[in-house]
Each structure stands twice: as structure tokens, then as C-alpha cells.
Design a protein around this ligand. Structure first.
Ligand code: URP
Ligand code: ZN
Ligand code: ZN
Length: 460
């Protein structure tokens, strides 16, 4: 199969030019002006921009969490991602405390393999670091292509590890060439605030927010950076939300550490006033919670200064009946919100079209940087001969509004209902297949491939 994309305006993390793209099979073959090559299909991209397919490095599909499962499975989640221009996602395997990493891998593969529309990979969350787990790290990296290890400094009793385990894991991962990623919030501080609010009968979603003040994230982010410095391991802070936490990472920069920072689309554009809507605020109960306008400003600036390298989603959707589990107690509301489909369009609309970031920065933080940091570049994250033909043909001017009535995620509300968006993904190409054509799906479940990743010591 061959595909020729004519007259597009190509935008990458570094370039901005007009050219045609010729795709043979699953890869980009030639990029050039006025290509006259015979092709099975020709797409006229005139008036549109063409950028690399998005890489969302932070999603939770079909994940057991807080007594339920996130409501998008690998099929609905990766398809919704494709509709929104994200061609590759990196999901999280969670080790069960007391069990092995291999047990968890098997479990996750049973749910994901053969069910994805888009390409996918895994981070491994280590929730129980011990001498057996230690032996599995090298196997995950060398045999399975799982090169990043997620840690939680919160969710005590389920996912959290203590600092002794953290340092042990970091040393092993450093030795084996991998990376340690972190949910950096101070679990003990948060748990004591949750207990205090519950005792006082303060049970609405607002108290989820008030139980996780900025200091809980700033402190843990700084502590993570210090432990990464001590052990020399490359680190990555997921879903960083606030000015205080961002400031804590500056020290790591001064020490020339390899610590990368991800924020998520919601922290750039939504704020904590949404928790004042009584139980409707449950739609935005996530951890860390939404913050203040001053934090949004710090994050936008952080993107432009290169302090924040990635914008993900932390897509962890729950249907309304699942959110109702916490109707009488905020601490029982499953944490997470749906966004996998909207990251690219929202960031383009709010970032590029509103003049906050350049189009090159948009590509850098949604595709090229996550692909590089997590060892998928240049297969993913760029437009170059020999790279996977993962492309988005995008109308930067089309105006539309986000709604539960039109989204493809398995959630019965939208966290962005009515949000006006300027810019739309018209065509999405995945490994040379015209996967989405103006909303029409042309690939089948199972087309998505598992991506084995290169280890951090070779790429960053
Ligand atoms: O609220 C969130 N973020 N839910 C998903 C789990 C996590 O902490 O990333
Ligand atoms: Zn988290
Ligand atoms: Zn997450």
C-alpha cells in the first residue's frame, strides 16, 4: 500500500515548510516538493497542517483502581485517542503488592493484546520493591522493552512505596539503564488531611482539593529530585500541576540532572474553582487536583522555558455511576478524568491559536519529546524518511465544541462540555494506514501494535 499526502504544511518540533509526503507500507519513504509518484491513495492536505501523530505517555486504560476499573478499555481508549490525533499511548501496568512484575505484565497483556486500535506501550509501576522485584527489572528492560518504572509517593496501602524502596529501585534501574517516573505527592500528609476533613464531616469534592495543597506536591517533587540526584538515575515527574513543584525541579536542573517534567492538558486550562460546583465537582476529582490560575501561568511559562517537556493527559476515565461511589465521601470518588481524545486539539487551540506557545513547541511537547524521552524516537514522534508514517492532517481554523454527544470515550459526561475549540484533526494516519478519515474509522481493533522501547541510557 502507498499513500501520497499532497500540498501539506509540515510542522515538526524544529521545522515548518510545505512539502508532499510519500508513504510506502508503514513508513515514510520520501518528503519533497511536487512529488509525482503513483500511489494507491492520495490525500490533498492543501490549507491544512501536517504534524507527527501524538504520543500520550500517561494513560490508564481498563485499570483496576479504587474498587472499580477505568471505563475506557484498550479498544475504546486507543480509538478515542486516534480520533484526537494521538497515535501512540503509554499505559501503566500496576504491580499488586505481594506479587511479581511478571504477574502484572501477564494480567495487563491479557486485557490489551489484540484489543488496541492505536499503538501502545507500557510503563511498569513498582508498588512493592523487594529482592524478587529487583531481579525482574533487568528482564523488563532487556526482554520486554519496558524501560520506565513508575513509582507512587501517595496512595498508601495500595500503590505507595517508601523512600527506602524508592532509593533501592532507583539504584537498580540506574544500573540497568532505565528511568524512574513518579507520582510526586506526599502521601502521609495527604492522608492526614483526608482523615481530618472526614472527621469534621467535610465530605464534598471540594475537600479532595483541600486535602492536597500545593506543598504536598512541591515537597515530594523536591524529595524525588534529591533521591534521583543521590542515585544518579534519570527521572520523570508525571502530572506536575503547580508553581511550587515546578520550582522544586529547578534545583535538579541546576545540578544538571536528567529529570523531565510532564504536565497534563487539564492543569493548563482548568482550575480549582470547578470544585465549588457541589458534587458535580467529582468530574474533576483527580490527583493531584486542579490548581490556581497562577499555577497555569507557571506551567505555560515552564513549557516555553523548557522546564516542562511533555503535555500528557493522565486519562483515567470513570462513568458517572462510578463517580457516585463517592457521593457521600470525597475520598471514595475514583480519581481521574477523561481527556485522551482532546489533548491535541485543546493544546493547539488554547496554546498555538491563542499565541501562548509556537506550533513547533506544540509538536515537541505532544509528540517528539515523549517519543524521545521514552525511547520510541525516531520510529515515533517525527516526520522523516524511515520513521513510522504516523501523521495528523489538521485544519487549524475549523471551529467546534467538545461534547459528550460527539466524543468517542466511554464516559457519559465530558469534563470539557461546550468548550470551544479552534482546530480539528481531519485525517489520522497510523503506520501508513488512513486510520481516521473525517471521523470515519478505517482500521480494525487489533491493528495497534505493542511498541518495545529503547532504554534511557541509550537515548537521553
Ligand atoms: O487522579 C488520577 N491521576 N488518577 C489516575 C492515577 C494517577 O495518580 O495517575
Ligand atoms: Zn498519579
Ligand atoms: Zn496517572
Amino acid at each position: 500500500m502507498s499513500l501520497l499526502i499532497k500540498n501539506g504544511h509540515i510542522i515538526t518540533a524544529s521545522d515548518d515548510y510545505s512539502a508532499d509526503i510519500y508513504i510506502e507500507g508503514s513508513q515514510i519513504h520520501t518528503i519533497g516538493k511536487n512529488l509525482e509518484l503513483p500511489a494507491d491513495e492520495i490525500i490533498d492536505a492543501g490549507g491544512h497542517i501536517v504534524f507527527p501523530g501524538g504520543v500520550d505517555p500517561h494513560v490508564h486504560l481498563d485499570m483496576p483502581f479504587m474498587g472499580t476499573f477505568s471505563s475506557d478499555d484498550y479498544s475504546s481508549g486507543t480509538l478515542a485517542a486516534l480520533h484526537g490525533g494521538t497515535t501512540t499511548v503509554v499505559d501503566f501496568i500496576l504491580q499488586t503488592q505481594g506479587k511479581s512484575l511478571h504477574d502484572a505484565l501477564k494480567d495487563w497483556r491479557n486485557r490489551s493484546d489484540g484489543n488496541c486500535f492505536g499503538d501502545y506501550s507500557f510503563h511498569m509501576a513498582v508498588t512493592d520493591f523487594n529482592e524478587n522485584t529487583q531481579k525482574e527489572i533487568v528482564q523488563m528492560i532487556e526482554d520486554e522493552g519496558i524501560t520506565s518504572f513508575k513509582t507512587f509517593m501517595a496512595y498508601k496501602g495500595a500503590l505507595m512505596i517508601d523512600d527506602g524502596q524508592m532509593v533501592g529501585l532507583m539504584k537498580e534501574v540506574k544500573e540497568r539503564g532505565g528511568m524512574v517516573t513518579v507520582h510526586a505527592t506526599n502521601g502521609d500528609m495527604i492522608d492526614s488531611l483526608v482523615a481530618k476533613h472526614r472527621e469534621e464531616g467535610k465530605l464534598s469534592p471540594l475537600y479532595h482539593y483541600l486535602s492536597q495543597p500545593e506543598i504536598t506536591e512541591a515537597e515530594a517533587s523536591g524529595r524525588f529530585c534529591d533521591m534521583a540526584d543521590y542515585t544518579g538515575v534519570p527521572g520523570y515527574i508525571v502530572h506536575l500541576t503547580c508553581e511550587g513543584a515546578l520550582n522544586a525541579t529547578r534545583r535538579a536542573g541546576k545540578r544538571n540532572q536528567k529529570v523531565f517534567v510532564e504536565t497534563c492538558i487539564q492543569y493548563l486550562i482548568l482550575d480549582a474553582s470547578l470544585y465549588e460546583k457541589d458534587f458535580e465537582g467529582a468530574k474533576w476529582v483527580m490527583s493531584p487536583p486542579l490548581r490556581q490560575k497562577k499555577d497555569q501561568e507557571a506551567l505555560w511559562a515552564g513549557l516555553n522555558q523548557g522546564l516542562v517537556q511533555v503535555v500528557g493527559t493522565d486519562h483515567c476515565p470513570f462513568r458517572w455511576e462510578q463517580k457516585l461511589m463517592g457521593k457521600d465521601d470525597f475520598s471514595k470518588i475514583p480519581n481521574g478524568h477523561p481527556a485522551i481524545e482532546h489533548r491535541m486539539e485543546l493544546l493547539y487551540s488554547e496554546g498555538v491559536n491563542k499565541g501562548r506557545i509556537s506550533a513547533n513547541k506544540f509538536v515537541e511537547v505532544t509528540s517528539t519529546n515523549p517519543a524521545r524521552i521514552f525511547g520510541m524516537h525516531p520510529k515515533k514522534g517525527c516526520i522523516a524518511a524511515g520513521s513510522d508514517a504516523d501523521l495528523v492532517i489538521f485544519d487549524p481554523n475549523e471551529e467546534h465544541a467538545i461534547s459528550v454527544d460527539t466524543h468517542h470515550m466511554n464516559v457519559d459526561y465530558s469534563a470539557y462540555e461546550g468548550w470551544p475549540v479552534k482546530g480539528k484533526c481531519k485525517h489520522v494516519i497510523l503506520r501508513g494506514r488512513h486510520a481516521i478519515d473525517n471521523g470515519k474509522v478505517n482500521i480494525e481493533k487489533g491493528f495497534g501494535q505493542f511498541i518495545k522501547r529503547t532504554k534511557a541510557s541509550k537515548v537521553i
